[in-house]
Design a protein around this ligand. Sequence first.
Ligand code: ADP
Ligand code: ZN
Length: 299
Amino acid sequence: MAERLYGGIEAGGTKWVCAIGTGPDDIRAEIRFPTTTPAETLGQAIAFFRSHQPAQLAAIGVGSFGPVDLNRASPHYGYITTTPKPGWANTDVVGVLTQALGRPVGFDTDVNTALWGEWRWGAARDCDVAVYITVGTGIGGGAMVGGRLVHGLIHPEMGHIRPVRDPVRDPFPGICPYHGDCLEGLACGPAMKARWHTPAEQLPPDHPAWELEADYLGQAMATLLCMLSPERIIIGGGVMSQPQMFPLVRAATQRWLNGYLQHPHILNSSEELIVPPALGARAGVLGAIALAMAATEGY
Ligand code: ADP
Ligand code: ZN
């Protein structure tokens, strides 16, 4: 029997990454291109999969920017729904890929998908309950409980929880068009740029921006630990590539919990609880490959 290969799509609002393979040590082909119109972008993905051993392709997985419809009973299952990204509202992703490629398509949010990959091959391998957060152009989070990704009513939107903002310390009102000073509104990369009038990557490591950023993320970590009791929280995204951030976020988490949750990983600000993605920059596309594998197993 021919070897089975899997296709993964990291479908981001800025760029798409497509890959074919069977895991982190076996990527046979990879392509990345900017997100333009739905027709052109989906067309480029389809052309890539058609040109690489299509007979061996067992399934495709897609980790998508959102919001997305994950309800299999919905007529819009597999759509990107109400995104403000121009041209992309109500885009059928799963239907178009299924029709063009004739293979099962696994579909989930970008963060749930990254978490799925980290659970299969990376930093969440041994976990029953785990969370993946990205802090980049936006803030999003996915959760896994008992080996299943959490969907529920729609899917988690962890970037839009409300941290406490001290208006004296931080008069910046936030940039979320829906909530102003929700977590994303206060702490995503573009919020940092708007508050400090400098792109986040140009702020020096000793700038007060990082302590404030870590404080908001620490509040979110404390909330997640109280709500879900995850064994691991993985934080990815451009903003977290600053090396000073993980120690600051761990310390802020401990501060906000104030000794209430009695576990050594929390009381000691353990490096095992709040961690970077083990799959690095490939977490997204590898998660999509893992989702494709799950799709062939009826997940
Ligand atoms: P996306 O969220 O679009 O997938 P990223 O995770 O790279 O992409 O997030 C982009 C955001 O992260 C931008 O707001 C940018 O300013 C910020 N960013 C990127 N690299 C760094 C860095 N090294 N340090 C701090 N912020 C960064
Ligand atoms: Zn919001």
